[in-house]
Design a protein around this ligand. Structure first.
Ligand code: 1GP
Length: 245
């Protein structure tokens, strides 16, 4: 079973939790320890990515350590052209509401031959930036979707499905003070039949629960994992993401 099949099989049973680790924020053995802790808390896979300081060396070492210490599948969540064959798979993603064609298709066109040469499993993903969008929205020159512009979010998500993408990701941006609103998640979920990932600013059980109840198939947490030293709280957010008590 490849990573896409693994994710889809798990999402058919309920909402899954994806932990995001930035290879530039800790050394590889620390990343492996965090991944082990997240596996014990119930995380289903580890996304690896960051907007700055990612090299093929730290990306590869982080992926190796995560796999050795947690056994969880790894997914590269790229912020640029850096690649590593040590990662099991890559979200081959288009920031569909960028104003800059570089982030919609040109970066991907520049990387596709290398991805193929390295033999990395690709999971195609429509990446939709919702306000506030944070650093990724700024760097990607996103025309971020306003919270009350639900029709626009639905339009982009449906377009991603019609383009044949595997997944849609509604992203409020790492460290966002407001996550994607449940009403938007729910409207997008009703409109599409491919799985829906939601992330950005989710750091409490209540926020994770709200995203799951609104219809998220996968919930991503990044900042919260880096900052939280309370294992019980970590587990509570994962449990709320997955609807467990
Ligand atoms: C960022 O959606 C992810 O791409 C995670 O966001 O760091 O706010 O959890 P946080």
């Amino acid at each position: 079973m490849n990573v896409k099949e693994y994710l889809i099989a798990r999402m058919k049973k309920g909402t899954i939790h994806l932990a995001l680790l930035d290879p530039d924020k800790q050394d590889s053995s620390e990343a492996g320890s965090i991944a082990k802790k997240m596996k014990e808390a119930g995380a289903d896979a580890i996304m690896i990515g960051g907007s700055t300081g990612v090299t093929s060396e730290n990306l590869g070492a982080t992926a190796r350590s995560i796999k050795e210490m947690s056994g969880l599948p790894t997914i590269h969540f790229p912020g640029g052209p850096t690649l590593s064959k040590e990662v099991d798979s890559i979200f081959f993603m288009s920031m569909v509401n960028s104003r800059d064609p570089f982030w919609i298709i040109n970066a991907q066109a520049g990387a596709s031959a290398k991805v193929k040469e390295l033999g990395i499993e690709t999971i195609s993903l429509g990446y939709i930036i919702v306000e506030p969008g944070m650093k990724v929205g700024e760097v990607g020159k996103a025309d971020a979707i306003k919270h009350d512009d639900i029709g626009r979010a639905v339009g982009y998500a449906l377009a991603c499905e019609m383009f044949g993408m595997d997944l849609v990701y509604l992203e409020a941006g790492s460290g966002a003070d407001r996550p994607v609103p449940p009403a938007m998640i729910s409207a997008v979920k009703k409109a599409i039949s491919i799985p829906l990932i939601v992330g950005g600013g989710i750091r409490t059980p209540a926020a994770a629960n709200a995203a799951r109840l609104a219809g998220a198939d996968a919930i991503v947490t990044g900042t919260f994992i880096e900052k939280c030293s309370d294992d019980t709280m970590l587990r509570s957010v994962v449990d709320a993401s997955k609807g467990r008590r």
